[in-house]
Design a protein around this ligand. Structure first.
Ligand code: SF4
Length: 213
């Protein structure tokens, strides 16, 4: 890789890590998925239950089978039929798990965590309930500030998520948010975590690759 490209990436990642730490979050950088997965398994050592949000990023590390193999009870609503009582119960269990794993829609270089949800179970679980929260983010989710975080959600994360869910929303056609009134709208709750929540320890893991959306 071009040395200047690498230097630019390093500045962005180092600034983000410093800002997150200043805001009370634990923040770690890993160059590979394997190292990040090993760190998550270390964090999970004293956990019996693990909730996992609807995230491609955290799953891409392969930690779900690793956690199950280690004897953890994993609450993964993607394994259940949507809209069933079992799926709803699973989402609720995530909120009281010993460890909650998710990604984020955007992490700012100024040290905030920004998300937009349809149901809100992911946002709930990030801020209060689980014993520990670990967020795994690719470097593509780092943005300069809060305005850029909202722009990233509306121009990238939400339209792609709507596509992946086969929603009949205008962003699926335009590629960017139209602030729709569709009954299938996925954007219903926005959360900005400005500082480490008082009763929840959040660890942000930044990976040196583009991962998730
Ligand atoms: S508000 Fe509607 S148009 Fe905008 S990103 Fe969400 S689902 Fe798409």
């Amino acid at each position: 890789m071009d040395a200047f490209v690498q230097a630019h990436r390093n500045i962005i990642i180092d600034t983000t890590l410093d800002s997150l730490k200043k805001h009370g979050f634990e923040a770690r950088f890993f160059p590979s998925r394997e190292e990040a997965a090993a760190y998550i398994m270390e964090i999970a050592l004293d956990c019996n239950t693990v909730g996992i949000a609807g995230t491609h990023t955290a799953r891409a590390l392969g930690v779900v089978p690793m956690l199950e193999k280690a004897g953890k009870k994993v609450f993964d609503h993607w394994k259940l039929k949507p809209g069933t009582p079992e799926e709803l119960e699973c989402r609720k269990s995530q909120m009281l798990s010993d460890l909650f794993l998710a990604s984020a829609n955007a992490i700012t270089m100024t040290g905030e965590i920004v998300n937009r949800d349809g149901c809100g179970n992911r946002i709930n679980s990030m801020t209060f309930g689980p014993g520990k929260v670990v967020l795994v983010v690719g470097r593509n989710k780092i943005v300069p500030d809060l305005d850029a975080a909202i722009a990233r959600i509306e121009e990238v994360a939400a339209p792609i998520r709507a596509m992946s869910l086969s929603r009949k929303t205008p962003c699926v056609q335009t590629g960017y948010c139209m602030d729709c009134d569709s009954p299938e709208r996925i954007c219903r709750v926005t959360s900005i975590i400005h500082r480490q929540p008082m009763l929840t320890k959040i660890t942000v893991i930044i990976l040196d690759e583009e991962l998730g959306y």
